[in-house]
Write a protein that binds this ligand. Sequence first.
Ligand code: SF4
Ligand code: SF4
Length: 353
Amino acid sequence: MNPQPLKTISFKQDERNVFFHILTACNLSCTHCYINFEQHGKEPVSRDTMEEWLALFHEPKKETNLILLGGEPTMHPDLAHGIKTAKKIGYHSVTVDTNGFLFHDLLDNIAPSDAVLSFSLDGPSAEINDPIRGSGVFSTCTTNLRRAVNMGFKASLIYTVSRQNINYLHLMPELLHQMGVSRFFIQVIGLRGRSASTHESKLQLTPEEWLAVIPETARKTADLGIHVIFPKVFLDKDEVFECSGNVAENYFIFPNGRVYLCPLCEDFPVNAFRIENNRLIKNTGLVEKNFFSLNIPEGCVMNKLLQPGNLSYDETGRPVHRISCCLLKQEIRGNSTPNSNYSAKQPGDRPLF
Ligand code: SF4
Ligand code: SF4
């Protein structure tokens, strides 16, 4: 089966993507975890707040996609209620990003048509996955994923690539095929949170490593009929740079009421909006929006500020690669991949590049 060509997913103005972190707690402690209690608090949103904020961010004139995240969102006792509320309000699609533990019997409390379940796994076996995500996680995650698929749920899988697991990525397509996964989301390790403060240089990939492995694995996965999505990261010479903060509508909501437009800004108090008394308030002063219009030869400004290790320069001082917006994705579909109605713009298990 020949897959369709690799394609960049352009930003769409007629769609809104709402990334709602309903809590920051998690039962795991992955080595690349992005949770930041200092910036986003430790309190989950209440059931009432969940309902109110879901209504606040739904835009009936646009295709509004909801991605429910944490921490581990299935630890929230009202997750199933939130999913059903979102469907009732009219969200076009609902995706739950889970580490696979599926607390509170999620599969028995929602229907397959209510949400897509997006599982995270960082290796094709316990030997590779568990040193990154925790002992016993591979077994629990794959068991629950298979159960979900058997019950008729649509499942996707996120693999966060780093130096620790890039050499095993080629073993994923077969495993995904066996488990009945319909979409594979390849993510790249970020340089934030715990990964930034500890062993960043050991985890981060070079552009050459990324380009040598990821597109090829994506093609092999698509050969099996699986829809593959991965970040663009490096813009081609003739591609135009666009900041999604200027041309798309993505909201990253945290339980303490902070609302960001750019996921790279989430570790700083530069959120463009905040929610107060169930109203979306525009912040003033130094906020992320101030950075979005800066035009630099390196592409994304926040990448240059926060992750300059991604950049290299030629002898004339010009950047060798321009870095795309972290929300710009590429996709490749196998010929049998159905057109899905869920958002292709989720940051997944987070760190973007
Ligand atoms: S990366 Fe996700 S699953 Fe892992 S500890 Fe952080 S929130 Fe939990
Ligand atoms: S990652 Fe860069 S380009 Fe994308 S929204 Fe943030 S600042 Fe803009």
